[in-house]
Design a protein around this ligand. Structure first.
Ligand SMILES: Nc1ncnc2c1ncn2[C@@H]1O[C@H](COP(=O)(O)OP(=O)(O)OP(=O)(O)O)[C@@H](O)[C@H]1O
Length: 551
């Protein structure tokens, strides 16, 4: 990259060299001018002829046969001819040649970038091959074709040497003895044509170093000083102001020209850049081919880049700070939310603790109440059973069966009166003159008493059974008086006609179920028949009713 910049950068040495050449010619050897011009033209024709041979017809026309210096320069300005010829001599030297449209010959329609792209690549390849080079700026103005011609003729010589099979060491020495600055067989540096025209030893010492003779570096300053001192020592003092003026004018002219080119290139490069690879190449050459522009432009570019980088870094820093501030704000909000949630949870915990405390108190109260209730219940049972005892352990009830259908009163005895616990029977034949006698019972049920009324007086005894008391209920009476009806019910049972047994058992199961949480009851049933002083098991499943032995 450094070599590319050196090749294409602004060369003060070259300018000084050209001016001094002109003054040298003017002042010291004016008589030689026609001869030099003629020699220069012949060499240009030779170069043009060789180029025409090498490329043939290009873009619809041949390269001019005997071109003027202007035609010669314009024909090569695009760099297409030079690159193509170079690739023919040394294939692959220029990997990519930017071609002009078919109807364009002198490359004038090409952009500044395309122009420099081809010329730059050509000069780089020429440098690598060790051939005499020229400056890209030589294509921009008239009177600069000498070095271009030298370069082309050197390339021609190289081509011929290659065609001969590369026998022996190749040397470039064609018609140099009468040319400006071409007295040395092999020329590489841009300033060497002039450097070699000076015979002073100090200058030769300087040119023997590898430092490029460009506008930068101490070596360049020494080269310029040496050139100027060498020239001045050979000139009259009166010529010196003119020479200095010419040099300065030349430098200014070159500077302005480069500045305009630079502006043109910046315009073309400032267009939107597509993202394909070829376009990327257009940016790099622009930076590299920042030819002999003013130094300010070269210094501003990096500073602009640094400024841009600084601004970008600054904006990125601001963005990062903004993000950081946002994150801190979010963290603060999260912390606040966390604190609020913590406070809420604490409040809930306190509320729950308070509720649990009240619930515990309430449960304690309930437990106390339950204990009291149990005690009260127990007392109630005791009192209840005491009432049963007071009523009498043996209770006798009397039930009067109604007349059966078709049955008529016999007149022997009649129920005269039924009271709560008294039934008065009228039987005059037996009880004398008045003929009636009252009988006392715990309770007397008349003919209209229902099954439910009869059971209601026995139900408290069933409850005593579940409290641990032994209870016996039985019916007593003559045949057909209604014992079975009262204890079991009629043959066709309904809910209303159910007898004492059914109702007592239903009541037992109901109470047992109500007390299942506190008391577990086991209920079993036996059914026996006592007839003619014999007891039989009526629920026996082995066929015959079992006969119990009576001891
Ligand atoms: N309170 C009553 N209401 C209506 N009918 C009744 C009543 N009591 C008994 N009977 C009827 O009287 C008849 C005799 O009754 P039941 O068979 O119950 O007498 P019993 O005392 O059991 O006789 P036994 O000792 O011969 O077995 C039956 O037809 C019965 O339906």
């Amino acid at each position: 990259m450094t070599s590319e910049i050196n090749d294409l950068s602004f060369s003060v040495v070259s300018i000084v060299e050209d001016v001094l050449q002109q003054h040298s010619t003017r002042s010291s050897d004016v008589a030689l001018v026609p001869q030099i011009v003629e020699e220069s033209s012949l060499r240009r024709y030779e170069a043009a002829g060789w180029l025409r041979e090498m490329i043939g017809v290009s873009n619809g026309r041949d390269f001019p046969t005997d071109p003027s210096e202007e035609d010669f320069r314009l024909g090569l300005r695009s760099g297409i001819v030079l690159c193509n010829v170079l690739n023919k001599v040394n294939p692959g030297s220029v990997s990519k040649v930017v071609e002009a449209p078919d109807d364009v010959v002198d490359g004038a329609a090409l952009s500044a970038f395309q122009y420099f792209e081809n010329i730059r690549n050509f000069l780089v390849a020429i440098e690598e091959m060790g051939l005499p080079s020229f400056e890209a700026s030589d294509m921009e103005k008239g009177g600069k074709s000498v070095r271009i011609v030298n370069c082309i003729l050197a390339l021609k010589s190289y081509s011929e040497w290659k065609l001969k099979g590369e026998n022996g060491p190749w040397r470039y020495g064609v018609s140099m003895k009468n040319n400006f600055g071409m007295r040395k067989p092999f020329l590489r540096k841009n300033s060497e044509p002039f450097v070699n025209s000076i015979s002073r030893d100090p200058l030769r010492d300087i040119t023997s170093t590898d430092q490029p003779l460009c506008s930068e570096g101490n070596g360049d300053s020494r080269s310029i000083n040496a050139l100027v001192r060498s020239f001045i020592s050979e000139r009259k003092h009166d010529d010196i102001p003119n020479v200095v003026e010419s040099v300065l004018n030349k430098v200014m002219e070159e500077f302005q020209q480069r500045l305009s080119i630079q502006n043109e290139m910046m315009k073309s490069c400032s267009k939107p850049i597509p993202e394909d690879d070829s376009s990327c190449e257009t940016v790099v050459p622009f930076q590299q081919c920042d030819v002999t522009q003013n130094e300010e432009a070269e210094e501003n570019s990096p500073s602009q880049v640094v400024e841009q980088n600084f601004q970008r870094t600054k904006s990125e820093h601001y963005e990062e700070q903004e993000i950081l501030l946002k994150q801190q704000k979010h963290i603060q909000e999260l912390k606040q939310t966390l604190n609020t949630t913590k406070a809420g949870i604490k409040l809930l915990q306190m509320k729950y603790q308070e509720d649990f405390f009240h619930l515990g108190k309430h449960l304690n109260g309930l437990a106390h109440a339950a204990t009291g209730y149990k005690r009260v219940l127990e007392d109630n049972r005791k009192l209840y059973n005491l009432v049963q005892d007071l009523k009498g352990n043996i209770r006798v009830y009397c039930r009067v069966r109604p007349f059966l259908p078709g049955q008529k009163p016999t007149g022997l005895s009649t129920v005269e009166h039924i009271d709560e616990g008294t039934i008065t029977i009228r039987l005059p034949s037996k009880y004398g003159k008045e003929g009636s006698k009252p009988f006392m019972f715990n309770k007397v049920f008349g003919p209209s008493a229902t099954q439910e009324e009869v059971f209601s007086d026995m139900q408290p005894l069933v409850r005593s059974v579940l409290d641990g008391y032994n209870v016996c209920i039985f019916a007593y009476g003559q045949t057909g008086s209604g014992k079975t009806f009262t204890m079991t019910g009629p043959k066709e049972l309904t809910e209303e006609s159910l007898g004492v047994n059914y109702r007592a058992l239903a009541d037992l199961f109901l109470l047992s179920d109500q007390r299942k949480d506190t008391t577990s009851y086991e209920i079993s049933v036996q059914m026996l028949e006592i007839y003619n002083e014999q007891v039989r098991d009526l629920l026996a499943t082995d066929g015959q009713p079992k006969r119990y032995p009576l001891d």
